[in-house]
Each structure stands twice: as C-alpha cells, then as structure tokens.
Design a protein around this ligand. Structure first.
Ligand code: ZN
Length: 254
C-alpha cells in the first residue's frame, strides 16, 4: 500500500505500510539483516533493516520471527529498507512453549518453501494469522492439549495446500472417480488425493491412508481454522497424516 512519495535524493523512493507476519531473518553483513515477511498487501517480501544488529537498535525486538506487525518501508527499485515497525501481536505464549514453537517453526519452514513469489494472497495471509492465533490460545491454556498443536498444524498445512490450488480429492477416487469404500485406500501426491485399491495397483508412489485420516482431511478442507480444535485424532492417524502432508509438500516444492 503506497502512502506517499518521499524525496530521498531519488524521486522514485516511496513509503509503504504493510500488515506483516515475520517469518525469518537472514544476517547480511555486520550490522544489517534481511527479513522475510508475509504481508497482507503483497504476499512474501524481503526487506532490509540497516543497523539492526547494533546494540540499542530499536527495530530488532519488534522484528522477531512469529510477530505480527505493521512495517514501514521505503522502497525504490528492488528491496526496500525498513524505517519503522509497530508490533500488533507478539505471540508470547507460543514463544514460551517449546512444543508450540517447534510446530510453528516447522510450519514456517514449509511456508517458506511453498510461498516463493511476491504475490498478494489475502486468504493465505488470513490463514497463517488464524493458525498462529489458535496456537497462541492453546499455548496459553493452563491445561493445554499438546495433541491440539498437531491437529492445528496439520490442518493448516492441508488448508494451505488447498489455498495454493493443489487438488486434494477426498470424496471419490482421484483417478477413476469411483466411490471410495472404507478400509483399503491410498494417497497419491501426484494424482492429487485418495485413490481406490484398484487404481493403486498402477501407482508406484502411494501411501496407505487410514479411514480416520481421510475423514480428517475432509473436515479440515470444509472448516475454519478455529473449529479444528474439536477434532480428536489418535496418534497412529496423526503419524499417517504427517507422512502424507510431507509427501505432498515435497512433491509440490520440487
Ligand atoms: Zn480408482
């Protein structure tokens, strides 16, 4: 979003304001850093923070990974320079909880692998924000349920794949469109969903999928992030879904 034109000896420099979530930081040189942020207005962008590693640098604290903030950027051609940051949500409960933090960092890694373009995608921005908010809420509970971290995290990954246009057929066979019968189904990343026992004979890259895991993906794709906490998952189904999610991400990112 353009605010106004600034004249920094170069009439092409302009100031922008972004609603952003900090994903990652990259050290460049002795005092500078490049931040990878996902913004509501422009998708994934890289922005430079000059002098951010100097002692007393004010920007650094507000630019920690997993922080939602408003970022002000002066930009001409190429990468912009961060001139100001106002944090709006620090996600402190996540940052204090080892289990939640591990899941969120895993998600950030996958997110970085899949979202490589600078392209506006408000739906995905909102999804990422909703994911962090439910994780924050659970991490802040007195009697938190660690399995819920897994449910939200897997839910987020399948919903992200859906946002990116990756087909996940879970209602009929992705190859022959035949009705799915419980018990003997497989998942194929390449074919884009569940395949029936008959079609699976032709497929070399396939993963056996439990009925509960099929149900999980169906529910996830049709429900909002905040409602996924009600889903109960057994450990074996959780592991089955983790393998499938990893396989799809690997297939897309390669
Ligand atoms: Zn089939």
């Amino acid at each position: 979003m353009r605010l106004d034109s600034r004249f920094h000896g170069n009439d092409k420099d302009m100031e922008y304001k972004y609603n952003a979530i900090v994903l990652n930081k990259i050290d460049t040189g002795e005092t500078d850093r490049v931040y990878v942020v996902y913004t509501r207005e422009a998708g994934r962008i890289l922005a430079r923070a000059i002098g951010v590693k100097k002692p007393n640098a004010k920007l650094a604290g507000n630019l920690e990974s997993i922080t939602q903030c408003e970022i002000f950027l002066v930009k001409g051609k190429g990468r912009g320079n961060i001139t100001g940051v106002i944090p709006t949500e620090n996600f402190l409960a996540i940052k204090k909880d080892v289990d939640a933090l591990e899941k969120v960092f895993g998600v950030m890694k996958i997110f970085n692998r899949l979202m490589t373009q600078e392209e506006k995608d408000e739906k995905t921005f909102q999804l990422l924000l909703d994911y962090l908010l439910v994780m924050e809420k659970e991490a802040g509970e007195k009697e938190k349920d660690i399995l819920k971290f897994d449910v939200y995290t897997l839910g987020f990954i399948f919903k992200l794949l859906q946002n990116l246009g990756y087909k996940q057929e879970v209602k009929k066979c992705a190859v022959c469109s035949g009705k799915l019968v419980s018990g003997e189904n497989y998942f194929s990343a390449q074919m884009g969903g569940i395949i029936c026992p008959n079609c699976s004979k032709q497929e070399t890259k396939k993963i056996k999928i439990n009925d509960e895991a099929v149900k999980f993906i169906r529910i996830v794709l049709e429900n909002k992030m905040e409602n996924l906490g009600k889903i109960k998952l057994e450990k074996k189904n959780l592991n089955n879904l983790k393998i499938i999610a990893n396989e799809v991400v690997r297939w897309i990112a390669n």
